[in-house]
Design a protein around this ligand. Structure first.
Ligand SMILES: [Zn+2]
Length: 117
């Protein structure tokens, strides 16, 4: 059995933070929640975290939108796509550092091989 890594690479932590932040914007505007995610969006955050923890590319990954694997379940993939489409451009203004980091990560077209430790 493979154990879920408990310590994430900083790059992965940032990606996790970015996803959570975008889901937060989306939930606030679409589901009219205030400061707390609705159950559906909470599920999406948890799912995104699991996917990142189990991503075979880890810190060498590109952004999920550019990844050749597409490991999300179709239903949740549609949801996260809607979130990215809505919150991505908005994040540029409210959280430029996260947005720029995400853009730079997206420039990696092919994920490199995972580093052996
Ligand atoms: Zn929501």
């Amino acid at each position: 059995m493979e154990k879920v890594p408990s310590r994430m690479h900083p790059r992965m932590k940032r990606e996790q933070k970015t996803v959570e932040y975008m889901i937060g914007i989306y939930c606030r505007d679409y589901h009219l929640t205030k400061g707390k995610l609705c159950d559906e969006c909470h599920e999406l955050v948890e799912y995104a975290r699991l996917r990142l923890e189990n991503c075979p590319f880890q810190e060498n990954k590109t952004t999920c939108g550019n990844c050749p694997i597409h490991c999300y379940k179709p239903k949740l993939r549609d949801r996260i796509r809607a979130v990215m489409r809505y919150a991505g451009p908005r994040m540029t203004w409210s959280h430029p550092l996260l947005a720029i980091g995400h853009m730079i990560d997206g420039l990696r077209k092919e994920p490199g091989p995972r580093k052996q430790k």
